[in-house]
Design a binder for this molecule. Structure first.
Ligand SMILES: [Zn+2]
Length: 637
């Protein structure tokens, strides 16, 4: 308060020095803010409240004037303006009329706020019962020079309960010349007893197009050039309140120097801007984490605040969602559709966009409690750039449902996601004979003296067999090169001893081709393909054991048998034969569980309770082919 004393003294001194000049001498250029300059003066000028205007006009035409009106709605939508227009309409010298002249003494006095018969009371600062008693006393005196004595009480919900009670009787049976007009932003705080005695009008937020029109008109009147995009931004920022829009407009005009552009607003007010948002979300869609973090750094370095960054990203996500839902209206998107990079909305599905939205909304909530807001932003951006790995709960539940159906009906599902099925050409590894130790073709296979010479010529190097490190039985000499049928029969027979499932699958496989250094076969379904691929080592081992050669075993998936390297996400339904339909169902279910939950088979238990066979005792499971795929659950908070 100490600072106020010299200032008052200073003003006092000036007033003494210049007694004829009022203190407003210090504002030689009277400036009226746009909001009050553009205040509507008639029902026609009342923007965005067509229903209210039409109803009031009609009631004035028919002479049905209520004792009390309650105008409720968001701030800056025209409640007080409507009350003043209605007051003019009632008290105009040619009234009551829906079209007050605006030229008579009464109209002029009301517009200037100096009419003796229109009393404006701020409910927020006159809350007590005494204030209301004063009104009750005054009401007894008829209007000075007009037809009606009008009380406009703003923010009426601020009145105390006793004040409301004191007012009740007056509102219910006022003298015929008194009209009450209440305005409130919080209708629910007005007692029902008051509401029921009033004609109620609910005001709405004004849409962006209407506000842009009003702002454009204001700019024209002021001789200011204004870009449509800039006005749209102001309109959206104001959230549907005309007064807020005018206030922000004045602020922008003050730094715009005669020309309002979107770029200028972006620079001066520290906004991210559409181009930078397109670039950032492009990086999210492409999983470019370093690029996204660099973009964030650039944006923050340019003076955009942490909060503003999040607000803008959230706005962008919202716009993407709207675009996804086919909405192209500029006022809803916040920018023309052409300003959006549509490849982003194509790359991200709705669930991923919703996920992005929730990531940024969550980081906004934690921003205030954070050690450093920058950490929160880095974290949010890093999370967002992994969005392509995100599996939504909906997607997961769909997959589980598919699994259930597959288990129940034995139908091979077509999962929409999961580890990608890659090349079927898996060479035996682990316990397969090392290539340096065992020959890799039948041609260069070492032979014993008992080996029959067949179509393939064997070099006669008997010593080589001693170098084998694989469990080649010493008492059993390597067999002659088999035919495809023989090889299949032998392998199925051997594997059946330890793993019936694998043996059955192998038996069902088709298109066996025995080449010089490899054997290839085609699995009959995706599930069987997975299983065979996993145990390809066992097959190679058995071949080495019996024939003394290390062959590459190529398993081909059914649809990729023409070119085995083509990855595929779609699995054709299996065609289980009558005899092994049950087995197929089990295998398919196991394969699906493996893909969905990224698991691996650790053993089998026969339905009858037979002892489990641990496949690891035979061969290590194949290495999952998607090691580098980040865990989608990492994205969850
Ligand atoms: Zn008039």
């Amino acid at each position: 308060m100490e600072g106020a004393v010299p200032q008052s003294a200073w003003l006092l001194a000036l007033q003494v020095l210049y007694p004829l000049r009022p203190p407003c001498y210090f504002h030689p250029m009277p400036y009226e803010v746009t909001a009050s300059r553009k205040r509507p003066q008639s029902f026609e000028q009342l923007a965005g409240q067509d229903f209210v205007a039409a109803t009031l006009e009609k009631s004035l035409q028919t002479g049905r004037i209520a004792h009390a009106y309650l105008f409720s709605g968001p701030r800056g939508c025209g409640k007080t303006s409507t009350a003043r227009i209605l007051a003019k309409a009632l008290n105009c010298e040619s009234g009551p009329t829906p079209h007050p002249c605006g030229a008579c003494d009464s109209c002029k006095a009301i517009a200037a706020g100096s009419s003796f018969d229109v009393i404006e009371i701020d409910g927020a600062s006159n809350t007590s019962v005494d204030n209301v008693r004063q009104i009750k006393d005054e009401v007894l005196f008829p209007p000075n020079s007009s037809k009606y004595k009008i009380y406009i009480i703003d923010e009426v919900h601020m009145l105390s309960t006793s004040a409301f009670n004191a007012l009740l009787k007056t509102i219910e049976e006022p003298p015929p010349y008194v009209v009450f007009m209440f305005a409130t932003t919080e209708q629910h705080k007005v007692p029902a007893t008051i509401k029921s005695r009033c004609q109620q009008f609910t005001f709405r937020l004004v849409n962006a197009e209407t506000i842009v029109g009003l702002l454009g008109q204001a700019a024209k009147e002021m001789g200011v050039k204004a870009e449509e995009e800039a006005l749209l931004w102001i309109a959206r920022e104001s959230g549907g309140s005309v007064r807020d829009a005018y206030t922000l407009f004045d602020q922008v005009v003050s730094f715009a120097d005669g020309e309002i552009s979107a770029a200028l607003i972006r620079d001066k007010l520290g906004l991210v801007g559409q181009d930078r948002m397109n670039a950032l979300f492009g990086r999210f869609a492409n999983g470019d984490t370093p690029g996204a973090l660099e973009d964030l750094d650039t944006i923050l370095s340019s003076g955009v605040s942490s909060e503003q960054f999040i607000v803008d990203t959230v706005e962008y996500c919202r716009a993407l969602l709207l675009v996804k839902n086919g909405i192209t209206k500029e006022s809803l998107l916040g920018a023309p559709l052409s300003a959006f990079d549509l490849s982003i909305s194509e790359a991200l599905d709705v669930e991923k966009i919703e996920r992005l939205l929730s990531v940024f909304l969550a980081s906004y909530r934690t921003l205030k409690d954070s050690i450093d807001p920058r950490y929160e932003l880095d974290l949010a951006v890093a999370k967002a750039s992994h969005i392509s790995d995100y599996i939504s709960p909906g997607e997961l539940s769909r997959a589980v449902r598919t699994l259930r159906q597959a288990l129940g009906a034995g139908i091979s599902p077509s999962p929409g996601f999961g580890p990608r099925q890659t090349s079927a050409r898996t060479a035996p590894s682990g316990k397969a004979p090392p290539s340096g130790a065992a020959p890799s073709t039948f041609q260069d296979r070492p032979s014993t003296s008992t080996a029959k010479a067949a179509a393939m010529a064997y070099p006669q190097t008997p010593q080589a067999s001693q170098n084998f490190q694989t469990p080649v039985p010493t008492q059993e000499a390597p067999h002659a090169p088999p035919s495809q049928v023989e090889l299949k029969k032998y392998l199925v027979g051997e594997i059946r001893k330890s793993n019936i499932l694998l043996a059955t699958t192998l038996d069902k496989s088709t298109d066996w081709k025995l080449g010089g250094s490899s054997v290839s076969l085609v699995a009959t379904s995706a599930m069987e393909y997975d299983l065979l691929k996993r145990f390809v080592g066992i097959v190679a081992e058995l071949i080495a054991k019996r024939y003394g050669v290390s062959l590459r075993v190529d398993i081909e998936s059914p649809q990729a048998s023409s070119h085995a390297s083509a990855p595929s996400l779609e699995f054709p339904p299996a065609k289980p034969s009558a005899s092994n339909a049950e087995g197929n169902k089990d295998k398919e279910a196991i394969g699906l569980v493996e893909r969905l939950f990224k698991g691996s088979v650790v053993g089998y238990v026969a339905p009858g309770g037979a002892p489990a066979v641990h496949p690891k005792t035979l061969s290590p499971p194949a290495v999952p082919d998607d090691e580098d795929r980040p865990d989608p659950m990492d994205l969850t908070d």
